[in-house]
Design a protein around this ligand. Structure first.
Ligand SMILES: Nc1ncnc2c1ncn2[C@@H]1O[C@H](COP(=O)(O)OP(=O)(O)O)[C@@H](O)[C@H]1O
Ligand SMILES: [Mg+2]
Length: 312
């Protein structure tokens, strides 16, 4: 806790009186920190986690785009943007972690709940607006441009080539019967990855991690949070999260008012769906094999992995 206090003091010049540990996502830790006047949300990417380098590498590239969106688009008030440190940075770090500080959002995470009609309407409008910006905005987007590379596939394939003795026995028991299907899916994703590199696809700004744990309701406003995945990509990178939802038609009817000629690119959709499935599986395997986890954390990861494998 003292460490959190000194981060806030040293980097943001904020004197904190309260620190409350929050339930973060699975990629980060979080604290609600308060001084006399207001509360903040401190997001901590621990350097000990194998997912951290990937999640934090592009902060300095994507946050300026968010700042621009916040100031220049209709997304103002609908997306949280990190506060800057005393020296003007969007993040700070020490030997233990990488830190992002936000205003605390007083509200409720949607999480396991279904979206109401009004929330579907608001989410549709947020995405419609986001997707109307591309590489023509006055901030550089090259660092976040989709290149259809999927670097983790090679590591995943190598791991899957190993045998029983190279895995903890519980992990082996869980995965071994899925290995042929996983290899098939890896092949498919690689094939689509190659094929998508050639045609000139229309690209737009995409969030790429749309799920209800990244949606919060605050008063009348629905907010889309957790923008680490911001990319310039075919919009299927976002729509893959919506196509199977009962409200997809409703979403499309709103979306098409602004994007009248829109139709789904099946290849891009197949690529993103397969990639996402493999990415989740890879991250869980990575945690089980390489991260330091206690028994309870390990059990949670095992359960996530079991759940994910059922769909391969
Ligand atoms: N600014 C905020 N204020 C209050 N709660 C927040 C804020 N940002 C995120 N949260 C809560 O913390 C959870 C994890 O945050 P998120 O940014 O999604 O982290 P992760 O990258 O680990 O998924 C969210 O599901 C939400 O409940
Ligand atoms: Mg999240």
């Amino acid at each position: 806790m003292d460490q959190v206090k000194s981060i806030l003091k040293d980097y943001y010049n904020i004197d904190i009186t309260d620190v409350l540990s929050q339930q973060g996502g699975w990629a980060s830790l979080a604290y609600k920190v308060s001084n006399k006047n207001k509360s903040y949300f401190l997001k901590v990417y621990e350097k000990s986690r194998s997912s951290t380098p990937k999640l934090t590498a592009l902060i300095d590239q994507y946050v300026p785009i968010m700042v621009w969106l916040k100031n220049s688009s209709d997304l103002q008030g609908k997306i949280p943007v990190p506060l800057i440190t005393s020296s003007g940075e969007y993040k700070c770090e020490d030997e233990y972690g990488v830190y992002l500080l936000y205003d605390f959002i007083e509200g409720e995470t949607i999480g396991d709940q279904d979206l109401t009609g009004n929330q579907v309407d608001q989410l549709s409008k947020i995405l419609t607006e986001l997707h109307s910006y591309g590489d023509d905005i006055p901030i550089r987007t090259d660092a976040i441009k989709e290149d259809f590379e999927v670097p983790f596939l090679q590591m995943l394939r190598q791991i899957l080539q190993k045998g029983r003795n190279d895995f903890p026995s519980d992990v082996w028991e869980l995965i071994h019967s899925y290995i042929p299907q996983l290899n098939k899916l890896i092949y498919t994703v690689e094939e689509y990855s190659q094929n998508l590199k050639n045609p000139i696809l229309k690209m737009a700004l995409c969030h790429t991690d749309l799920h209800n744990w990244n949606l919060m309701q605050s008063g009348n406003q629905l907010l889309l949070i957790d923008w680490e995945g911001l990319k310039l990509a075919p919009v299927e990178a976002d729509l893959m999260f919506l196509v199977d939802k009962p409200y997809f038609d409703e979403f499309l009817s709103i979306y098409r008012k602004t994007h009248p000629n829109f139709s789904i690119n099946r290849d891009a959709m197949t690529f993103y769906q397969g990639k996402r499935r493999l990415e989740d599986i890879w991250e869980f395997i990575e945690q089980l094999l390489f991260d330091e986890q206690n028994d309870e954390e390990r059990l949670v990861t095992m359960n996530y992995l079991r759940e994910e494998l059922r769909f391969v």
